[in-house]
Design a protein around this ligand. Structure first.
Ligand code: SF4
Ligand code: SF4
Length: 379
């Protein structure tokens, strides 16, 4: 179990409140990107390929706190870019923790040991350290030798100082189930509080498009990994129903509003993974986005997505409505054999629109980040 009981209870109470109030769409995790600049250049990254004029932008403390309050999600994941490059990152974290939100600071860990003194350990704050596999796999994934060992050393240093630490891992095509299982074992022995895992999503802007998993491969891989995982104690930071989904046992549609994204451009439509326009406020994002035009079966770009930022909230919502569905996985583990759940037909999906380059151009020229239409077909 990767999430502390107190955190589960607080989030459960938040979900109950939303359901009792009849709120149909509500956020669970705010993805806050206070900058895009990074000190790595990973091949699978869709965030760092902006011109310097954009990479030099920083979200202010007031903007970050405003986004947290506007959104209201109980969990805030601070990503980027590399958040530890932001000179006011400690003030941003302190301000959000003071509002009793659970903060995950996502970092590649290169600067972590140097910057540990800036932060205070506590139940509302975790470091979430990027680690995509064992040494050779991770260093290849981040395109630099030695990063894996720096990250592992930083995990030890942060834990020794009393911080909560989790690992976030993106799986790309090419890792076998045995290698993934051994990697999870090795991460568990580091004593981390949780492991967040997601199949890689083929970002339109990622320079390397060759190594992303499609849905068929994702489900086969996770079935094989979970089969190997019986009796091994991995602190996976996910609901049982999301793990069932990864193993092909559930048909889910994504819930992109569960993980809204606020970055230096504004509120990103429709999700953390696809940047197809920006809204000027959280309310505008929720009310004016044409949500039905996105998701697997609706949009070509979404065909292979099974990422946790799109589907964990779906699984959590299903769990809140039908808690008994998690019982089989809780008693016997995730099912790894038998028929898979039907796949969503892709034939009716609207074709991909390649709007990213145009949006980047607008922002480089300093034009309004919110001028894009909520409906991609209207752009
Ligand atoms: S560490 Fe993260 S933000 Fe930086 S280049 Fe790699 S994937 Fe992108
Ligand atoms: S399937 Fe959903 S979460 Fe995934 S890229 Fe599409 S809109 Fe985003």
């Amino acid at each position: 179990m990767g999430v502390a009981l107190s955190q589960q209870l607080r989030i459960g109470a938040y979900i109950l409140k939303q359901r009792l109030a009849g709120v149909r769409r509500y956020p669970l995790v705010l993805m806050l990107e206070p900058l895009f600049r990074c000190n790595l250049a990973c091949a699978g990254c869709g965030k760092i390929d902006y011109p310097d004029s954009i990479l030099d932008r920083r979200m202010s403390v007031a903007e970050a706190v405003g986004a947290v309050e506007e959104c209201g999600a109980p969990v805030v994941s601070i990503a980027g870019g590399e958040p530890l490059i932001h000179r006011e990152i400690d003030r941003i974290v302190d301000a959000i923790v003071a509002r009793r939100r659970y903060v995950y600071l996502c970092t590649n860990a290169l600067l972590l040991e140097k910057k540990l003194d800036l932060f205070e350990p506590g139940p509302f704050f975790s470091f979430s350290i990027h680690l995509d596999g064992p040494r050779a796999v991770h260093d290849r994934s981040v395109c630099r030798a030695g990063v894996h060992d720096v990250a592992v050393a930083a995990i030890g240093a942060a834990r020794a100082r009393g911080f909560r630490v989790s690992v976030n891992c993106t799986l790309f095509d090419g890792m076998g189930s045995g290698e993934v299982a051994d990697f999870f074992d090795s991460v568990a022995t580091l004593g981390v509080d949780g492991i967040t895992v997601s199949p890689g999503y083929a970002y339109e802007r990622a320079p390397d498009q060759q190594h992303f998993l499609n849905r068929r491969k994702t489900k086969a891989l996770f079935r094989a990994v979970f089969a190997r995982g019986r009796g091994r104690r991995w602190p996976l930071n996910h609901s049982a129903l999301y793990l069932e989904f990864l193993a092909g046992n559930r048909t889910y549609r994504c819930t992109p509003w569960g993980n809204p994204t606020r970055n230096v451009f504004g509120w990103q439509r429709p999700c953390y993974l696809l940047g197809e326009g920006y809204a000027p406020s959280f309310r505008a994002l929720m009310e004016e986005t044409d949500w039905d035009s996105y998701g697997t079966g609706n949009y070509e770009k979404c065909a292979d997505c099974m990422a946790h930022c799109g589907y964990e909230a779906t699984a959590v919502e299903d769990l809140a409505a039908h808690p008994w569905k998690a019982l089989p996985a809780a008693l016997f583990g995730v099912r790894t054999e038998g028929k898979m759940a039907p796949e969503i037909p892709l034939a009716g999906a609207r074709p991909a629109e390649y709007v990213s380059a145009g949006l980047v151009g607008e922002r480089s020229r300093g034009q309004s980040p919110t001028g894009s239409s909520a409906n991609p077909s209207g752009q």
